[in-house]
Every structure is written in C-alpha cells, then in structure tokens.
Design a protein around this ligand. Sequence first.
Ligand SMILES: [Cu+2]
Length: 125
Amino acid sequence: MDASEIVVLVVGAAAIAFVLWYFFGARQAVTAAVGQGGVQEIKVTVKGGYSPDLIVVKQGRPVRLDFYRDETASCSDRVIFGDFGIARDLPAYKTTPIEFTPDKAGEFTFTCGMNMMRGKLVVEE
Ligand SMILES: [Cu+2]
C-alpha cells in the first residue's frame, strides 16, 4: 500500500464517520420541562427546521409546545401534528403555543404544511 492509497482510506473513513455523525449524532432529544400546573413545556425554534426536532414527553399530561418562528420563509408557516389532529399557523417572529394532552404513547412526526420540515414527538408511557 503506498501513501496515496492510505490517504484515500483515511479520507473515506472520515467521510463515513461524518455521514454517521450528521444523520444519527446531530439529533438531540430534549425532554420537556414540567412547569406550573404540571404542564410539560418546550420551546421550539422554527428556522429552516425545528430545533429541537426530537421532543420527549410523558403520556397523559398536558403539553405546551411554544413554537417560535424565526423566519419568514413560507415553508414553515404552518405546523401539523397529524396524529393529534392539530394544524396551526405560525406567524413569523412570534411564539405560537400549541397545547394538547398526548393520550397515546409512541413516536409521532410533526411537519410543516408541505411535509418538508420534520420533527419527532416521542410520547413515553
Ligand atoms: Cu414546508
């Protein structure tokens, strides 16, 4: 094996590591903080995506997701929780609270109106 082959191997391994990190490591699960009255509260920033995009809550307790939309791009002007029958407009540079009580456990995707931006709500029993 000469030097150029070693370089190719190292660069290849680094590229694979980057791809794994990008798709599997970048997501950070955020567990809702329980505020007054036992409401599980999470702030979500909407800017080219949802941050955080993986939210963990407990089943059967009220949840409040405060969506702050930090952009005017029309893609994100609506957020949809299809499994919970929720669709809400998100005005730009405003916080829109979405309140509901998850009555079922599981993993539920929430999306923008075009199904392009995605996040996941994990409801634990
Ligand atoms: Cu969109």
